[in-house]
Write a new protein. Sequence first.
Length: 379
Amino acid sequence: MTTRRKRKLATGVCLLAGVVALGTIATLLDEGAAAQGQAAVQAPMFEVDPLWPKPLPNNWTIGNGIGITVDSADLVWMIHRTTGVPENFQTPGASCCTVAPPIMGFNQEGDLTGSWGGPGEGFDWPDSNHGLWIDYKGNFWVSGNGDDDTQVLKFSPTGTFLLQIGTHGVRNGSNDTENFWKPTDGSVDEATDEVYVADGYGNRRVIVFDSETGQYKRHWGAYGNMPDDTDLGLYDPNAPPAQQFRSPVHCAETSNDSLVYVCDRANDRIQVFNADGSFMKEGFIEKQTLGAGSTWDIAFSRDPEQTYIYLADGGNHKVHILLRDTLEELTTIGSGGKGPGQFYGAHNVVTDSLGNLYVSETYGARIQKFVYKGLGPVS
């Protein structure tokens, strides 16, 4: 081989090596950038506490876990359906079991700290327990979704009856300003002292009252429209978004900046409104979910900006973690099942001041605690 040909060959080999090296560097840079981009996506991390809560006293057992809330002392309160206890738990003459009171409170260690609720003088307890929330003054609010549950009740922190809005058994559709029909859940806006109620299984709206006097303020349907009780038929995920809520309207949560987040459960979406009912935006979650739907309840993270939304999805048996400002999903918690960290009808979700997460299960007949472990990268 001539010297000239040897030089050409050596030059070619060097060029080829250079191209390969450049390609390798580019690939490594791309992979590094992708890894950095992936690591930059952070979401809250949780670990289930399988021993929370502790066993109940008095041979008590619970039915459908249908509502959950947290007070200012980080006591966790739940409401359950006392009619939903499996029959084989109530065998005549057997030593087990006794149905627990409708409302029970637990401390951070899982000890039962209090229990109360049920029919009493001066008010109409729901035929079918459903919603439970605590306002900024520590008062309890209770709703029900029985056929004749057209009222919402307010009790003091010690369980003393304070207020009933609505007359049991009286209903006049989604534009009735005095009564509900199967209201599901609600929240109180501290800035205005107004109670927002998702109403609900019978009506298809959000309705607002003064939380002290019970005076009617305003109401609205999907997109801020006047509610319409026309039957929309079965949900079709491929059809244009419905211009009205489908039953059930399952949550109405007010944020620190006085926005209202509404769970339009059977339409698989969250809609966001200003306090006056003007529509802002919506987000769809698991849009192909039929039947019971995907958006069952939400809770906000406890940072001042409430950066994240935790969404209980009883149709797909998981909890979604969303960015509040965009409603974009970051990750999920859990899967279907009855073991620790799994869900069977994740019905309601709430957070405490430490960032811990609590989930009630309607079919699983329990509540679970998920301990907050800080932020971590989304895989």
